[in-house]
Design a protein around this ligand. Structure first.
Ligand code: NAD
Ligand code: TYD
Length: 343
């Protein structure tokens, strides 16, 4: 049996990863440490409330005592998904990004080092590489040139993990994935925002000329890539993760409108994001060759499946929009989830 500490497991990718791991490895035990910021949602983990293999603890990755207490319980590997993750929010205010993404990561790796944790995976992003022109791809050797405060905070965390590997022989691995989409994504990000607005007949906000390009991967494929890295990746290395599916934002929006049978008059061009990165595109050759991993979901089928999920889970969207998800546990069980003092 393996015991994993997964941080940020109540967020979009972390919750998908927990479901993925528990389904694939029945003998694994997951401790899920999440602060439950606005992006953390226990409804993302619905169905796992009575699964003894999933232990949820509300807490902050910056809290040294809390993290040390969990590591002392016996942990084989740590996977750090916890982050402030939205570029637009980092433009409005960046201090929380530095606190969680940089200071929080430093706290985790220092305690993992002291507690001799066998493996640490830092979930990073392709955004650390900055922006591409109309050609070329990000490889693991591309220069780190972050453009947004979010990307800068993730790049800083990567540099800390790298330095710990180099200096202390720390068993850290960094993954840099492209834009994810799929179930349980907070509707401030492009795809869930467009889907939920289109369903409700609201305008679809398109920044600038809409020709910004993102490289889309279904969250399930990201999860299988992290699984491959967790079990077979080489400590000290970086793995780019992507599905070779580049699309301009306007095409994503048109596809969503078409699949929902909505009119293109809902497309609304709005003021551009300051410093907006023009294009991201990942070269995933390394993980494909070295870890025999491949993305399986084509955008065409993944987006249909995702639209169906949001259509069939209107309660989830409604709770997120209204804030009702914040009291999910209280409503379901008449009690609060575990706090650190109850650990
Ligand atoms: P998310 O915003 O949906 O979830 C983040 C989670 O972290 C939330 O549950 C939140 O409560 C938790 N959290 C925030 N601060 C915390 C703290 N101080 N201590 C403990 N928990 C805290 O983000 P996501 O989209 O699931 O992204 C997860 C990770 O993947 C992030 O590190 C992000 O940088 C990376 N990533 C995301 C994408 C993407 O397209 N969403 C792509 C590549 C990499
Ligand atoms: P986002 O989902 O915020 O991810 P990231 O900025 O990390 O790539 O945005 C994806 C793309 O969609 C990006 O080019 C910005 C654009 N965008 C819009 O055009 N309208 C929106 O309302 C949002 C949230 C994003």
């Amino acid at each position: 049996m393996k015991r994993l500490l997964i941080t940020g497991g109540a967020g979009f990718i972390g919750s998908n990863f927990i479901r993925y791991i528990l389904a694939k490895y029945p003998g694994y035990h997951v401790i899920n440490l999440d602060k439950l910021t606005y992006a953390g949602n226990l409804e993302n983990l619905s169905g796992l409330e009575n699964d003894a293999r999933h232990e949820f603890i509300q807490g902050d990755i910056c809290d040294a005592e809390a993290v040390a207490g969990i590591l002392r319980k016996g942990i084989d590997s740590v996977i750090n998904f916890a982050a402030e993750s939205h570029v637009d929010r980092s433009i409005l205010s960046s201090s929380e990004f530095i606190r969680t993404n940089v200071v929080g990561t430093l706290n985790l790796i220092e305690l993992c080092r002291k507690n001799r944790i066998g493996r640490y995976i830092q979930i990073s992003t392709d955004e650390v590489y900055g922006s591409l022109g109309s050609s070329g791809f990000f490889t693991e050797a591309s220069p780190i040139q972050p453009n947004s405060p979010y990307a800068a905070s993730k790049a800083s965390a990567d540099m800390l993990v790298r330095s710990y590997c180099h200096t202390h022989g720390f068993p850290g691995i960094i993954t840099r994935c492209s834009n994810n989409y799929g179930p349980y994504q907070f509707p401030e990000k492009l795809i869930p925002l467009l889907i939920s607005n289109a369903i409700n007949g609201f305008p679809l906000p398109i920044y600038g000329d809409g020709l910004y390009v993102r490289d889309w991967i279904h969250v399930r494929d990201h999860c299988s890539a992290v699984d491959a890295v967790l079990h077979n990746g080489k400590p000290g290395e970086v793995y780019n993760i992507g599905a070779r599916q580049e699309l301009p934002n306007i095409q994503v929006a048109r596809t969503i409108l078409r699949l929902l049978g909505k009119d293109e008059s809902l497309l609304t061009f709005v003021e551009d994001r300051p410093g907006h990165d023009r294009r991201y595109a990942i070269d995933p050759s390394r993980i494909e060759k070295e870890l025999n991993w491949r993305a399986q979901t084509l955008f065409d089928s993944g987006i249909r499946e995702t639209i169906d999920w949001y259509r069939n889970n209107s309660n989830w969207i409604e709770h997120v929009r209204s804030g009702a998800y914040l009291t999910y546990y209280d409503r379901m069980y008449g009690q609060r989830h575990k706090t650190l003092s109850e650990m």
